[in-house]
Design a protein around this ligand. Structure first.
Ligand SMILES: [Zn+2]
Length: 491
């Protein structure tokens, strides 16, 4: 009888044979063997549990369960955890990457469980009681959930400026009282205020400030957070910001961090013009960022007070040649930037509050993700990104917080998404997609954003029995029960 465990056994033996010569010579690589064995086990499990699996068809469940000892032997090397039961589990798998979505398209598994391995990779998703029978026989760890919870993929905030020092409450008060964002910037306020404070802050101070903000992100259900530099605007200060993000990534913050170099935020006063600063970035900063492996993405603010299209294109082309992925702040106050993003095949074009019909069509025809930042619309009192039009045209829409001290101090991804949804008339499915797998796509990540076999075990759980309560109660974080990062509960 063809069966799961003999198959794994054969892989294990084959692995040993591969190393036979080394073993004979007294050379032993336990780490390498374990690594190969774990990977082989993963692929075996994946293929054997897929719907097209002929092995499983040839091997009834009863038969598979009759080899508990082999199963336990495997677990000794490769432990797995079954988590559940969840009142509802929303996999978000099989949803299209682009365009409009209906709530009926969401796959909801009631009384669900999710099984993941020691590397934090999902191995199975299904009905908890059925999975529990297997788990007991095979000796898997079982973490039993005793309250009513809804499970979603961990939330992904694909655009933030979480690393900064200082405070821009004065700007906020001025904007509330009617002064325009661009006028405040031209008067010497705005970004340069934060740049001065961030330059003055030590690496440790900046790290402590950012760490505190990450703690808040975590409580809001975020498991992956992009963080930009861009308040240094000098060789040393930009590297300091990126180093802070790199150091925090090594810490146990409970959030996976994606660093983006936004040295091209605005042109600092030390440089006579945009071209001179861009040239400095290309020749000095970016090679160093690359050398120190601090970021694989670059961002540029294309706007009247920042960089014009011509300099932006030159910068993007040169950065692309160096191997950086691209993203742009585009169409925030004036309609330029998004077309350039599409032409440069950027991962995302973010803001888009003032995108024209033509720009929407451009984005819809591209793989560049349109990222709406409702917190920035609220923070400057501007209109929202035309999310409905973008989706109806067939674009890939993500939603992010743009958390920053100036235009978007609000944070709270769920609340922002909920507000945008109400004004732009988005379905719950469209919102969930925009803050999970579509946001992952904006960051070039394919290993997260849905709950399915092979993806990371990054989860967020809500204290409710009905997923519709998640956006309904978005104004509070009280209903968020916890998050898991690669299978490890972070709070
Ligand atoms: Zn931004």
């Amino acid at each position: 009888m063809l069966c799961y465990y003999p198959f794994l056994y054969v892989i294990g033996v084959a692995t040993l044979i591969t190393y036979e010569n080394d073993l004979k010579n007294g050379v032993f690589y336990p780490e390498a063997l374990l690594y190969i064995y774990k990977k082989a086990s993963f692929f075996a499990y994946y293929f054997l549990h897929s719907p097209l699996n002929v092995w499983q068809l040839a091997c009834p469940k009863q038969e598979r369960n009759s080899h508990p000892l082999w199963g336990r032997g495997l677990i000794f090397l490769f432990p797995m955890t079954l988590l559940g039961p969840f009142t509802e589990l929303l996999t978000l798998q099989n949803l299209p990457m682009r365009g409009a979505l209906q709530d009926e398209q969401i796959e909801i598994i009631p009384d669900a469980g999710v099984l993941y391995n020691a590397d934090g990779i999902i191995m199975a998703v299904g009905k908890f009681l059925e999975m529990k029978k297997d788990a007991l026989i095979q000796g898997y760890a079982i973490e039993t959930i005793t309250e009513s919870l809804v499970l979603l993929p961990g939330l992904i905030d694909c655009h933030t400026h979480t690393c900064y020092a200082g405070n821009r409450a004065q700007d906020f008060a001025m904007r509330m009282a009617g002064k325009a964002y661009l006028a405040i910037a031209k008067a010497g306020g705005g970004i340069m205020h934060t740049v001065r404070a961030t330059r003055e802050a030590s690496l440790e101070t900046l790290k402590a400030l950012t760490r505190t903000r990450l703690l808040r992100h975590k409580k809001e259900g975020i498991t992956t957070c992009e963080i930009k530099s861009g308040y240094g605007l000098s060789f040393e200060a930009e590297l300091k910001m990126l180093q802070v993000i790199a150091d925090l990534q090594q810490e146990d913050t409970g959030i996976d961090l994606i660093p983006t170099c936004l040295a091209a935020h605005i042109c600092p006063p030390e440089f006579e013009n945009q071209k001179a600063y861009i040239t400095h970035l290309i020749t000095m900063l970016l090679p160093e960022v690359k050398k120190r492996n601090l970021s694989h993405r670059i961002d540029i603010f294309v706007e009247e007070t920042a960089f014009d299209a011509e300099n932006a294109r030159y910068y993007l082309e040169e950065a692309q040649k160096m191997g950086f992925a691209l993203t742009l702040h585009a169409d925030q106050f004036h309609a330029f930037g998004s077309k350039l993003a599409v032409e440069m095949n950027a991962q995302s074009a973010d803001h888009l509050e003032n995108s024209t019909e033509e720009a929407i069509e451009y984005l819809a025809q591209s793989n560049t993700v349109a990222v709406a930042l409702p917190g920035a619309s609220i923070g400057v009192g501007d209109k929202f990104t035309p999310a409905r039009k973008l989706l109806d045209a067939g674009a890939i829409l993500a939603i992010a917080t743009d958390l920053n001290p100036g235009s978007a101090p609000m944070g709270n991804l769920l609340l922002q998404a909920s507000i945008l949804a109400m004004y732009e008339k988005l379905s719950t499915a469209e919102v969930f997609a925009a803050i999970t797998f579509r946001a992952a796509y904006a960051l070039g990540l394919q290993d997260r954003g849905t709950i399915e076999v092979g993806k990371r075990a990054d989860f967020v759980t809500f204290k409710t029995t009905d997923y519709k309560n998640i956006l309904y109660q978005a104004a509070t974080t009280e209903h968020i029960h916890g998050t898991w990062l690669k299978g490890v509960k972070t709070f």
